[in-house]
Design a protein around this ligand. Structure first.
Ligand code: NAD
Ligand code: WQD
Length: 333
């Protein structure tokens, strides 16, 4: 297939581009590089030994999007482009609603106009809010605690309504749990701007000596050791999930959890990181972070049943690969 990948220079997008190329798909990346680097494109080519087409455009720019659709025969779209910092979405709600929702609407409209029938969307486990674990695709969604989460829930509704009104336009809503790790080459991975908000990049930066100590947000949750439990998924497993999701997309709207189904606490992840990499990570226990839930993990059985996809990589591999990337990462690159 000829696949338009928005946000393809970003963390999850770049790993997915590698897997798409590996599976002999052609890719066109549209990214404005607001949270990624142009060098990532060379690394995707280097890993896969294949070529790709790149447009540096903002996908909220309808005419720029239209010009891509009018000049390429596109078979499907994977829409990763979006702003994703939960805390920033609280202080900049309009930027988040505009970027994440307008982009989804413009791309869906272009697909319908140009009869591009396959649309895969990056949603998030955050749409489950404080439902009971494990989260199942059939659950009613609960309000999230931040505008970022609302942009995902709204984008899902917009795409569902667009598919209902336009038979043929088929949508896969992929709800990711906590993506971590990096490609085994160490060439692509997660490189957040500034101080990381998420656990794994924070840990790797402490390991590198860029940050002094990890702060563990709360040890009084009703969990195995009191710290927050999450379903960490290796980014390459997640990327492989996108390949099958687009290849096997059938008419209608399909929702899939992409997680492992396993919960890991903060202290368990920390322990695994220290053991996998033989590095000590100093930490302090501090107050809970506002907006955090105690436990989040997937019922990942639907993706396995329908798509034959299952996450294969464990927490040790996630820790090893995340550290390999951070070790070799030079911000000046
Ligand atoms: P990322 O920031 O690394 O990648 C997003 C990419 O989109 C970046 O390259 C950025 O430059 C680009 N982009 C943003 N707005 C754009 C616009 N208007 N036009 C063109 N390009 C634009 O993030 P990621 O972690 O790879 O996440 C990809 C998607 O998955 C996002 O939609 C995110 O909300 C979603 N998601 C991420 C996580 C996670 O923990 N990383 C979890 C669930 C869902
Ligand atoms: C994981 C655990 C923290 C940092 C976020 C978004 C979610 C999705 C994935 C996009 C929690 C604890 C963290 C630290 C810590 N993104 N922690 N010290 O919050 O589960 O999910 O990213 O869709 O929408 O909310 O991920 O990595 O920030 O936190 O103790 O410095 O680690 O409290 O229990 P989270 P995270």
């Amino acid at each position: 297939m000829n696949i338009l990948v928005t946000g393809g220079a970003g963390y999850i997008g770049s790993h997915t581009c590698v897997e798409l190329l590996k599976n002999n798909h052609s890719i066109i990346i549209a990214d404005n590089l607001c949270n990624s680097k142009i060098e990532t494109l060379d690394r995707i080519k280097q890993i896969s030994n294949k070529e790709l087409t790149f447009y540096q455009i903002d996908v909220t720019d309808a005419s720029a999007v239209e010009s891509i659709f009018s000049s390429h025969q596109i078979d499907g779209v994977i829409h990763f482009a979006g702003l994703k910092a939960v805390g920033e979405s609280v202080s900049k709600p309009l930027e988040y609603y505009y970027n994440n929702i307008v982009s989804t609407m413009i791309l869906a409209k272009a697909c319908i106009t140009y009869k591009v029938n396959k649309f895969v969307f990056s949603s998030s486990a955050t749409v489950y809010g404080e439902n009971k674990v494990p989260f199942v695709e059939t659950m009613d969604l609960l309000p999230t605690t931040n505008p970022y989460g609302e942009t995902k829930a709204m984008s899902e509704r917009i795409l569902r309504d667009a598919a209902k009104a336009n038979p043929g336009f088929s949508v896969s809503l992929l709800r990711y749990f906590n993506p971590v790790g990096a490609h085994e080459s160490g060439l692509i991975g997660e490189a957040p701007n500034g101080i990381p908000n998420n656990l794994m990049p924070y840990v790797t930066q402490v390991a590198k000596g860029k940050l002094e100590k990890l702060r563990v947000f709360g040890n009084d949750y009703p969990t195995v050791d009191g710290t927050g439990v999450r379903d960490y998924i290796h980014v390459v497993d997640l990327a492989e999930g996108h390949v099958v999701a687009i290849e096997k997309l059938t008419e209608g709207v399909h929702i899939y959890n992409l997680g492992t189904g396993q919960g890991t606490s903060v202290l368990q992840l920390l322990q695994a990181f220290q053991e996998a990499n033989n590095i000590k990570i100093p930490y302090d226990i501090v107050d809970r972070r506002s907006g955090d839930i105690a436990i989040c993990y997937a019922d990942a059985s639907k993706a396995e049943r329908d798509l034959g996809w299952k996450a294969k990589r464990g927490v040790n591999e996630m820790c090893r690969d995340a550290w390999r990337f951070e070790k070799g990462y030079d911000e000046e690159q």
